[in-house]
Ligand binder design. Structure first.
Ligand code: GUN
Ligand code: FE
Length: 473
C-alpha cells in the first residue's frame, strides 16, 4: 500500500478544477485508488491509517532498509508527505502519437501534408522494417513520454507488424498504458514503404492483435487500436476489411469494442485528394462511416474542418476527437485551428494529442498551451461565436477528456476512489532546476497550478505512476 498526503488537483468536470488540500490518497497494491480522504491534517494521518489496520512508515526510506525492517508486515503503508510546492495530478493522456516519428520531430515544418509524408515521413518510417532499429527508437520514445508524464498514449506504429509488436512489448516492460496499432497503408506510398495489398495488411493486423492479446490478456495496460493511416493510403478493400474486424470486435462480449484511429479532415490538400479518390462520398464522415470505421471507439485526429452536418453525425456516432494544435499550426499546410468549442458544445468527446512528429513538441503541457492559442484564433475567426478555451478546460482535455476518447474514462483521468493510480507528482519548488514561473509564499494553490500548466516542463514532473507502478523517479 502506498499513501500520499498533501495537495491533489484534478478535473472531474469540464471547466472545473478541484483542489484538495491536505488530502490523504491510498493506493492498493493492485494499483487502484482505495481511499481519498479530503481533509486530514498531517498529524492525523497515522491515526487514520491505524484505524484502517495499516502501519504507517515514512515513504522516503530506502527500499532495501524497508524490506529488512518490514518484510513480514504486509499491511504497512508507505506514506509520502508532500511539501507545499508538490502536488499530484492525473497522468496525461496523449490521444494521437506516432511512435516511429520520435526521431524526426521538428523536421519538415511548413510543408503541406502530402509533401511532408513523401519527403520526410515515409522514408523515415520505412527504417522500422528493422526490429532492432524499432527497439532502439521506441525505447527512447516510451521513456521520453513517461518522463513528460504521458501515462497513456494512443500510438500509431509503422506499417511493420514486427516493429509494432516491439512497441507493445516496450510499453508493457516500461509500464506505459497504451493503445498500439500497426499502421495500415496499401497505396499512395512508395513501394519500399507500403503493405503489398489489402490481404497482407489485414493478415499483419490480425497477427498484431493476437500479439497484444497474448502479452496482456486482461488488457491491464495494452489495447490494440485499428489504424488505417487515412483513406488516401488505404484501398477500399482494406478499409472494408478493417471495418469488418471492428464489427467482429464490437460483439457484446467484446466490452465496448476495439478502438479505431485515423486522420480526419486535417488539411485542405488532404481533403481535396480524398475527395478525388472517393468522389462517391459527400464528406469524410460519409466515407469512413460507409466502411464501418466510425464507432464510439473511434479517435479522429485533427478534425480541423467540420460542417454542421458532419458535427451532427459525429455526435450521433459517438466518435471522439484527438485535437493536435501544435501540428495543426506547423505541419500540414496553413494555420488550422479546429473548432474545439463547437465539439464541446455538442458533447463530442475531445482529448489532446501531441501528434509528434508532425507536432514538433512531445509535451502535453505544450499541447495544452497551444490549444489555448488555437482556440483564441478560432474565437477571432468566428467573430466571437466559438469562445477560447480556459486553463481548466485544456487541463480537463489532457486528462479525463483524453481518457474518455481512449475508452478509459472509467479507469483513469482523475484521482478518485476506484480508478487506477495513473498520476504525476509535480514539484514546483523554485530551488529545483527549471524555468517555471517562481512560486511565491503568497501564491494560492490555484496560482501554483496555473504557473505549472503555463510554464512548467519535465523538470517539474518529479515522479510518474501508472497503475500504481512508479515509472519515473
Ligand atoms: N496524415 C496521414 N499520415 C499522417 C501523419 O503521419 N501525420 C499527420 N499529421 N497527418 C497524417
Ligand atoms: Fe498524425
Amino acid at each position: 500500500m502506498k499513501a500520499f498526503h498533501g495537495t491533489i488537483i484534478h478535473s472531474p468536470k469540464l471547466g472545473e478544477i478541484e483542489i484538495l488540500e491536505n488530502a490523504l490518497l491510498l493506493v492498493a497494491d493492485n494499483g487502484r485508488i482505495e481511499a481519498v480522504e479530503p481533509r486530514l491534517d498531517r498529524d492525523e494521518v497515522p491515526i487514520f491509517l491505524q484505524s484502517r489496520g495499516l502501519h504507517p512508515r515514512q515513504g522516503n526510506t530506502p527500499a532495501s532498509i524497508k524490506k529488512d525492517a518490514d518484510s513480514k508486515d504486509d499491511a504497512a503503508a508507505d506514506v509520502h508527505y508532500l511539501a507545499r510546492t508538490q502536488f499530484l495530478v492525473p497522468g496525461f493522456v496523449d490521444t494521437h502519437n506516432h511512435a516511429p516519428q520520435w526521431g524526426m520531430r521538428g523536421l519538415g515544418q511548413g510543408l503541406h501534408i502530402l509533401d511532408w509524408l513523401d519527403r520526410i515521413t515515409f522514408p523515415h518510417e520505412a527504417r522500422f522494417a528493422d526490429p532492432g532499429h524499432a527497439r532502439r527508437v521506441y525505447a527512447r520514445c516510451v521513456d521520453g513520454f513517461l518522463r513528460q508524464g504521458v501515462t497513456t498514449a494512443s500510438y500509431y506504429g509503422s506499417r511493420h507488424a514486427a516493429a509494432t509488436d516491439v512497441l507493445a512489448d516496450l510499453c508493457l516492460e516500461k509500464g506505459q498504458r497504451a493503445l498500439v496499432g500497426k499502421c495500415n497503408m496499401d497505396r499512395n506510398a512508395p513501394d519500399t514503404y507500403r503493405d503489398a495489398d489489402a490481404a497482407e495488411s489485414l493478415r499483419d493486423t490480425e497477427a498484431c492483435i493476437a500479439h497484444v492479446r497474448a502479452r496482456d490478456p486482461d488488457g491491464r495496460l495494452l489495447q490494440y487500436v485499428l489504424t488505417p493511416r487515412f483513406a488516401i493510403t488505404c484501398t477500399p478493400p482494406l478499409l472494408r476489411g478493417l471495418g469488418d474486424i471492428a464489427a467482429r470486435e464490437s460483439a457484446p462480449q467484446a466490452q465496448g469494442g476495439m478502438a479505431i484511429q485515423t486522420h480526419f479532415n486535417e488539411a485542405e490538400q488532404e481533403m481535396t485528394s480524398t475527395r478525388a479518390l472517393f468522389p462517391e462520398f459527400r464528406d469524410e464522415v460519409e466515407l469512413y462511416a460507409h466502411f464501418g470505421l466510425l464507432t464510439p471507439r473511434t479517435i479522429l485526429a485533427h478534425c480541423c474542418y467540420a460542417s454542421e452536418s458532419e458535427l451532427d453525425r459525429l455526435r450521433q456516432l459517438g466518435c471522439g476527437v484527438a485535437h493536435c494544435p501544435v501540428s495543426n499550426m506547423t505541419v500540414g499546410g496553413g494555420f488550422m485551428a479546429a473548432p474545439v468549442r463547437a465539439f464541446l458544445d455538442r458533447g463530442i468527446p475531445v482529448g489532446l494529442g501531441t501528434d509528434s512528429g508532425g507536432g514538433f513538441s512531445s509535451s502535453m503541457l505544450d499541447a495544452m498551451r497551444q490549444a489555448i492559442v488555437a482556440s483564441n484564433a478560432r474565437e477571432v475567426q468566428s467573430g466571437g461565436a466559438l469562445k477560447g478555451l480556459s486553463i481548466p478546460e485544456v487541463f480537463h482535455l489532457a486528462t479525463l477528456g483524453g481518457a474518455k476518447v481512449c475508452g478509459l474514462g472509467d479507469k483513469v483521468g482523475t484521482l478518485e476512489v476506484g480508478k487506477e493510480f495513473d498520476a504525476i507528482l509535480v514539484n514546483a519548488d523554485p530551488a529545483r532546476p527549471g524555468i517555471m514561473t517562481m512560486v511565491e509564499d503568497e501564491d494560492s494553490l490555484g496560482t501554483v497550478f496555473e504557473k505549472f500548466v503555463m510554464t512548467g516542463d519535465d523538470r517539474n514532473i518529479e515522479q510518474v505512476f501508472v497503475r500504481g507502478r512508479q515509472v519515473k523517479s
